[in-house]
Design a protein around this ligand. Structure first.
Ligand code: AMP
Length: 439
């Protein structure tokens, strides 16, 4: 859990991310020691790395009491595991000696740690033995033997992290408990043990006034229905139809009027009369060279098809993002992929033939308009740029340094900022192109 400092708007209003305002609430602070291992000082630490180190330290010291492991989003849980991969020896040393590493300079964190830390060589040895093994498969179960589930949002853009999370938690259920945004907490998951791909959120009608703009479901109609007067198209929560996709619109007590959240949801059923929704995608078209429109879901499907080729090789695609490169004509889609080996931290030599095959598989899996444009050479060959380990962590660090809350960080599906692009481009270790048009 990571809070960001509040900011002040030009008119003097206080503004904070939703997670920060939850962590600041008196209810949260009162229940914190009973429900979580992380003391409030570590959540409010201005340096997220120092906060994370201490939160892991507290989690490890109390490892026999931990019954759930989690964060708001799946990507943050993975960030925590990767941080642990890089720091477990140091953490064990601290647990063994009962002292805290010198680079933790935040006084709040140091004070909180000093209240509980005492040398515990047996615990440190146990943790060291667990972390020292070759494969980190099931590491969460081993480190926290009483953990019953992993709690974090695994739907929407977070779906891409489920395979890697399942690797680390081997058999523990992944529970996506709620669907929320800064504007409102919209829905909760009443069947927590459902697989992430089947999760629905039951809407809570009293959290905001929810309205819905119908969106066409089919590929050729993935563009929202055109209307001169969108208000007349709006459907109330009580009138949504099963199977239909809608864009969510909220009117909130805080004063937002018919605000477009930017998410597309599909009605998957009803709990009594309360509609249940599956998250479909962010509304934005993310890639377009010409007239074609490729959404987050299109990209996710194509990546899912292509990455299946890595599986038999014992490789996992841990992160991906995209952008449209128009520096030469015609423009083309570029995918950044970070890949790692299941056994150990680094991926083996990548077979160029397989990577080229991944490019082809992606193009074959994209929609018809893309394929036609590609055939007519309006779009050039799709490219995969493999980046070295840790590149996406560097990307996350960049966005956090620009003010994004680590608790609410969502990696962009498509890179727009020049600086962010430079971060990934400077870490490329291999470039592969699709050899032929998919049609
Ligand atoms: P923010 O307002 O920055 O916290 O981001 C809220 C956004 O996160 C939502 O509009 C969704 O796009 C995404 N989000 C939140 N909860 C979920 C969920 N359960 N499943 C998928 N996406 C989610």
């Amino acid at each position: 859990m990571f809070a960001r400092p509040e900011i002040e708007t030009p008119s003097g209003l206080k503004a904070a991310s939703v997670s920060t305002s939850i962590y600041s609430g008196s209810n949260f602070r009162t229940s914190l020691p009973k429900l979580y291992t992380s003391p409030v000082e570590t959540i409010f630490c201005p340096d997220p790395n120092q906060g994370l180190y201490c939160q892991l330290l507290f989690g490890l010291i109390q490892r026999d009491e931990v019954v759930k492991v989690g964060s708001v989003f799946a990507s943050t849980v993975l960030r925590g595991i990767k941080f642990l991969e890089n720091h477990w020896q140091e953490l064990c040393y601290d647990i063994k000696t009962g002292r805290l590493s010198d680079w933790i300079t935040d006084s709040g964190c140091r004070n909180a740690v000093s209240l509980v830390m005492k040398p515990n060589p047996e615990q440190a040895d146990l943790i060291e033995n667990i972390c020292n093994c070759k494969s980190w498969e099931g590491i969460i179960r081993k480190l926290w033997p009483k953990a019953r589930y992993i709690c974090c949002i695994c739907t929407g853009i977070m779906r891409q992290y489920t395979i890697e999370l399942e690797f680390y938690c081997r058999g523990l259920p992944l529970v996506s408990d709620l669907y929320a945004c800064s504007e409102a907490i919209c829905g909760i998951n009443l069947e927590p043990l459902r697989k992430p791909c089947d999760v629905s959120y039951t809407f809570l009608p009293n959290m905001a006034y929810f309205e819905f703009l119908p969106v066409k479901n089919e590929r050729d109609g993935s563009i929202e229905m055109k209307s001169n007067n969108e208000d007349t198209e709006l459907v109330d929560l009580v009138n949504v139809k099963a199977g239909q996709c809608y864009e969510l619109i909220v009117t909130t007590c805080a004063g937002l009027y018919r605000y477009k959240v930017g998410d597309v949801l599909m009605v998957s059923g009803f709990y009594n009369n309360a509609p249940q929704f599956q998250f479909v995608e962010r509304k934005n078209v993310i890639l377009s060279v010409d007239q074609e429109k490729t959404s987050e879901t299109d990209l996710f499907k194509a990546v899912t098809e292509a990455k299946a080729l890595l599986d038999p090789l014992g490789l996992i695609l841990t992160e991906y993002t995209s952008y449209v490169d128009t520096s030469s004509a015609p423009g083309h889609y570029v995918l950044f992929w970070e890949i790692k080996g299941k056994e150990g931290k680094h991926c083996k030599e990548l077979d160029p033939k397989i990577m080229v095959e991944c490019c082809s598989r992606m193009e074959e899996s994209l929609h018809y308009t893309y394929k036609i444009y590609r055939k007519r050479n309006i779009i050039a060959a799709l490219e995969i740029r493999v980046v070295k380990q840790g590149s996406f962590e560097a990307l996350m660090d960049y966005y956090v340094s620009k003010g994004t809350s680590l608790s609410q960080y969502k990696k962009p599906s498509c890179i727009k900022s020049e600086e962010a692009l430079k971060i990934l481009d400077s870490r490329v270790i291999g470039k592969y192109f699709s050899p032929k048009s998919p049609l």
